[in-house]
Structure formats: structure tokens, C-alpha cells
Write a protein that binds this ligand. Structure first.
Ligand code: HEM
Length: 124
């Protein structure tokens, strides 16, 4: 329960990132400036807060291989989301493949995060 409450704020921020992401996407190009900036800045805030909370939990956890693998997937997804997001906004590369990669990473991220929390809380 305590673990869940620790992740309430980063989780809600992440939810907002998804809401703004779909909103920006629906309005299309050129991207709505305010919504696009909210999307990326809230993403940055959610990532920073999430990393702080997870590293606090990891301090007192018995780290297993599965945790390292899941943490690596999360880091990879975050890097890919920021890179493809930035490239889509610049608009120099083909948009469709970047959006597909952004979508794969945004689907994999919550799966990896929830699995990590599941293992961190000992499956309770
Ligand atoms: C935790 C990080 C992030 C998540 C979870 C996320 C999630 C999303 C979601 C759900 C969409 C809607 C996709 C769709 O229509 O299927 C989206 C679109 C978009 N995101 Fe992100 N995003 C993240 C980070 C970023 C960052 C850092 C940037 C910019 C630097 C960015 C730029 C964009 C752009 C430009 C679109 C619109 C794509 C389009 O339809 O043309 N995203 N994002």
C-alpha cells in the first residue's frame, strides 16, 4: 500500500503525458505549441520523479536479474520516447516510422513499470 502511494504522483503525471500525447496527435501537425510542451515537460517531470522513487525502493530491495532487465527496458523506452518525440517535432526524418517506434515504446513502458513494481512489492 505504501509503495502504491509513493507512485501515485509519478503515475498520475504519466497518465497526463498519455492524455496530452493523444491530444497532440489528434490535432496533428503543426503541433499545438502549448499541448506539445506540456506533453514533453510533464514527461520529463514524471521520469525524474519515477526514477527517484524507484531508486529509493531499490536501495532496500534484494536486486534480482529480472529487476535489472526490467529497469533496462524502462530506460530504453524512455530514451526512445524522448528521441523519437524530438525527431517527430523537428520533422526532418520520415514521420510514420518514428510514430510507430514512439507507440511501441509507450506501450512497453507501462508494462515494464508495472512488472517492476510487482516484483519490488514481492507480488503483493
Ligand atoms: C514518458 C514519455 C512519453 C510518453 C509516455 C509519450 C506518449 C505519447 C502518446 C500516448 C502519444 C500519442 C500517440 C498516438 O497517437 O498513438 C504521443 C504522441 C507524441 N509525442 Fe509522446 N510521449 C512521451 C514523450 C515524448 C517526448 C519527450 C516528446 C518530445 C520531445 C514527445 C513527442 C510526441 C509527439 C510529437 C507526438 C505526436 C505524434 C503524432 O501523432 O504526430 N513525446 N506521445
Amino acid at each position: 500500500m505504501e509503495t502504491i502511494s509513493r507512485f501515485l504522483l509519478p503515475g498520475s503525471l504519466l497518465l497526463l503525458v498519455y492524455v496530452f500525447g493523444f491530444w497532440v496527435s489528434t490535432l496533428g501537425k503543426p503541433y499545438h505549441g502549448l499541448l506539445f510542451n506540456l506533453h514533453k515537460l510533464i514527461a520529463l517531470g514524471a521520469v525524474i520523479l519515477g526514477v527517484i522513487r524507484v531508486s529509493n525502493l531499490l536501495k532496500d530491495a534484494n536486486i534480482q536479474f529480472v529487476m535489472i532487465a526490467l529497469a533496462a527496458v524502462c530506460v530504453l523506452c524512455i530514451v526512445v520516447l524522448f528521441a523519437t518525440g524530438a525527431l517527430m517535432s523537428v520533422g526532418r526524418l520520415r514521420h510514420a516510422p518514428l510514430l510507430i517506434i514512439h507507440r511501441i515504446a509507450l506501450t512497453a513502458l507501462p508494462l515494464a513499470v508495472t512488472s517492476m513494481l510487482y516484483f519490488l512489492t514481492g507480488g503483493k
